[in-house]
Design a protein around this ligand. Structure first.
Ligand SMILES: CCCCC/C=C\C/C=C\C/C=C\C/C=C\CCCC(=O)SCCNC(=O)CCNC(=O)[C@H](O)C(C)(C)COP(=O)(O)OP(=O)(O)OC[C@H]1O[C@@H](n2cnc3c(N)ncnc32)[C@H](O)[C@@H]1OP(=O)(O)O
Length: 208
């Protein structure tokens, strides 16, 4: 008996496997910054990682998985913030509701900036994307023109925090948007405000 499998089926299975691989690499990254094993053990692990890296490089694409429009919306598995297939990404999982875009998240030890705190650039990156999502949710997807951040309190890693963003005003191809990272009790840690601009080619091709 033969079975006809659509090519997409294989690709989805490979992308799922790549997402599992990426998650394992995130755990590896945390293990690297926290490890306290001996120098010899680190050298041995490094040698194994060299071999593993070569195995992955045996078949190589020119770029990470491309963004695409699917039945379920916009999917960007290689994105640095949301991409399940990108070990650099948290990945940020965003939900949308009447108040805008929201994400429950937990930073990791690899995000450390000041001791025991999240690096300000990492907070800004997360807010940039969350603000961008809120703009897209308003049907006005665009690129960041300006991003202003006010750091009010240190952001902890290893415990839950909440990101929120909502578009506030629009004019032509410009959309203004505000966002925050807060503790679960509502204490605001970081505030962001941004101006996003819809590039002309996107005006008639914008997915929400
Ligand atoms: C096929 C469509 C696919 C769409 C997919 C998109 C989204 C899908 C949905 C969900 C995804 C969810 C979230 C993700 C989204 C975003 C998060 C990440 C965001 C980033 O990580 S993104 C990287 C950093 N970002 C850049 O890499 C921008 C580089 N840049 C440019 O690509 C151009 O610069 C651009 C396009 C910004 C404008 O270029 P342009 O030619 O279209 O517009 P132009 O210059 O004519 O300006 C028109 C009016 O905007 C004013 N203006 C222009 N630029 C300004 C600025 N920077 N600040 C203040 N005002 C500015 C002018 O002063 C003028 O104002 P006025 O009309 O009043 O005179």
């Amino acid at each position: 008996m033969t079975m006809d499998l659509a090519p997409e089926y294989d690709e989805e299975a490979r992308l799922s496997a790549q997402a599992v691989l990426a998650q394992q690499v995130r755990e590896l990254m945390d293990a690297v910054v926290l490890t306290d094993v001996s120098e010899d053990e680190m050298t041995a692990v490094t040698a194994e990682l060299v071999a593993l890296t070569e195995r992955l490089k045996a078949a190589r694409r020119d770029r990470p998985p491309v963004p695409e429009l699917t039945r379920n919306g916009f999917r960007h598995l290689g994105n640095a913030v949301t991409g399940a297939c990108n070990p650099h990404a948290l990945p940020l999982v965003i939900e949308r509701d009447a108040d805008g875009s929201r994400a429950d998240l937990e930073f990791r030890p690899t995000h450390e900036g000041p001791p025991d705190s999240v690096h300000g650039g990492v907070s800004a990156m997360i807010l940039d994307h969350l603000l961008g999502d809120a703009v897209a949710a308003a049907g006005r997807a665009g690129m960041t023109g300006t991003l202003t951040i006010r750091y009010r309190r240190r952001v902890p890693y290893g415990e839950p925090v909440v990101g929120r963003a909502a578009a506030t005003r629009a004019e032509g191809r410009k959309t203004w948007v505000d966002g925050t990272i807060s503790l679960p009790d509502g204490t605001v840690l970081v505030e962001a405000t941004g101006l996003f601009i819809t590039p002309t080619p996107w005006v008639n091709a914008i997915p929400e």
